[in-house]
Design a protein around this ligand. Structure first.
Ligand code: NAD
Length: 425
């Protein structure tokens, strides 16, 4: 029995392997664009992958050894860029896939970067403030040789925040013997952070929702919205949707979901959520994340983790538009089912590109030592996201492909061309 269970778990994992799924779509995109096979061979994996062991003195005096990764997918366009995730389920394959998605995002919003990503296998919810500081500094020491403001620029991701970015920037500045704000983005404002960075991903998703709703003739005023995940991306998005006059009828976190057909009190929930995006523990009447995804609504926004919409529930999704704020929330099988059912998908590599766009703005401001107002940042973000959305939408229409493949085609083209001009392929 045990052996059977293990096999089925392995099969499940293999089926939902995000790296494999990404490689399949990259291959299709390159084929559609007419690139030879060697381009795929170069782009299917990161060009550089570092695995590190980080010894951390815990508060009780013991030493715990953590495993960390930094993947650099492709640096033909420019330095690599991408967040650092602190999560117990971080794996090497996930970090690799996330770095490829970053390359695609940078291509879609036309930034002078390739993709990178980092991760540490840990559970920050069970670590003290000082343990987290020692882990963050230890990680930077371990990867310092391959990162830097002109090589690879990290940023926040799941369970990392501006405080962690500040510790990392400080540690790198000590190693570099130079004040290096451009080493990392997502910093606090007083350390060279950018206005609008904290809400950038949600703003970008909001712009995509607005554009997608226009295409589907849905008025955002009164539209029923469901958001899975109430962290950085999900909570601000819920707030922006609420402010736009939409009715946010469902939200969730890792422990459950809240549902009110008349619309939830988003300001209250924002006020009560903790720094890990947890809020449902305060309520008795909760539903499950599975039930949340299948709620009757107009717009569904997965903004939590991977593999949430699969072939098992794709037939039950009732939204007309699915906008992926999270990375990799929909499997390829589910993408096919949703597309066949006429549901408009705005894929992750497009929808969540607002974060890296404002991270780029932050890096530009650090490099020039001159800082922009929130209005300037928002205006620039608006232009970038609208252009990217229309580019992907038109590619999908003219090439008769789904939105995910269209986004990959747009995202991979600049990278492939840069590799060609450099004489790599
Ligand atoms: P976060 O850590 O701030 O929040 C994550 C949220 O997801 C929390 O509410 C958490 O409770 C919830 N969650 C965790 N496990 C869950 C589970 N099993 N089921 C349901 N909910 C669960 O993270 P974030 O920064 O908001 O990122 C969320 C997603 O958006 C990730 O996929 C991330 O890669 C992606 N993303 C974030 C940014 C950004 O700038 N923050 C940018 C691009 C993409």
């Amino acid at each position: 029995m045990v052996a059977d269970k293990h096999t089925s778990e392995e099969k499940h994992e293999e089926k939902h392997d995000v790296l494999k799924a990404t490689q399949i779509v990259i291959h299709r995109a390159l084929e559609k664009l007419g690139y030879p096979e060697e381009v795929y061979e170069l782009l299917k994996e990161p060009i550089r992958m570092l695995t590190v062991k980080i010894p951390v003195r815990m508060d009780d005096g013991t030493v715990k050894i953590f495993t960390g990764y930094r993947a650099q997918h492709n640096d033909a366009v420019g330095p690599t860029k991408g967040g650092i995730r602190f999560h117990p389920n971080v794996t090497e394959r996930e970090v690799k896939a996330l770095s490829i998605w970053m390359s695609l995002k940078c291509g879609i919003v036309d930034l002078p970067y390739g993709g990178g990503k980092g991760g540490i296998v840990c559970d920050p919810r069970n670590m003290s403030f000082r343990e987290l500081e020692r882990l963050s500094r230890g990680y930077v020491r371990a990867i310092s040789q391959i990162v830097g403001p002109t090589k690879d620029i990290p940023a926040p991701d799941v369970f990392t925040n501006s405080q962690i970015m500040a510790w990392m920037m400080d540690e790198y500045s000590r190693i570099d013997e130079f004040n290096s704000p451009g080493f990392i983005t997502g910093k606090p404002l007083v350390l060279g952070g950018s206005h609008g960075r904290e809400t950038a991903t949600a703003k970008g998703v909001t712009i995509c929702i607005r554009e997608a709703a226009k295409k589907r003739g849905i008025d955002l005023k009164g539209a029923r919205v469901v958001v899975q995940g109430f962290g950085n991306a999900g909570s601000f998005l819920a707030k922006f949707m609420h402010d736009a006059g939409a009715k946010v009828i469902g939200i969730s976190d890792a422990y459950g979901a809240l549902y009110d057909p008349n619309g939830l009190d988003i300001d209250y929930l924002l006020d009560r959520r903790d720094s890990f995006g947890t809020v449902t523990k305060l309520f008795k009447n909760t539903i499950t994340n599975k039930e949340l995804l299948e709620l009757d609504c107009d717009i569904l926004v997965p903004a939590a983790i991977e593999n949430q919409i699969t072939e098992e529930n794709a037939h039950n999704i009732k939204a007309s538009i699915v906008v992926e704020a999270a990375n990799g929330p929909t499997t390829l099988e589910a993408t096919e089912i949703l597309t066949q059912r006429g549901i408009l998908i705005v894929p992750d590599v497009l929808a969540s590109a607002g974060g890296v766009t404002v991270s780029y703005f932050e890096w530009v401001q650090n490099n020039q030592g001159y800082y922009w107002s929130e209005e300037e940042v928002e205006e620039k973000l608006e232009k970038v996201m609208v252009k990217a959305f229309n580019n992907v939408y038109e590619t999908a229409q003219t090439r008769r492909v789904d939105m995910r493949l269209a986004a990959y085609m747009v995202g991979v083209r600049k990278m492939a061309e840069a590799c060609r001009f450099r004489g790599w392929i």
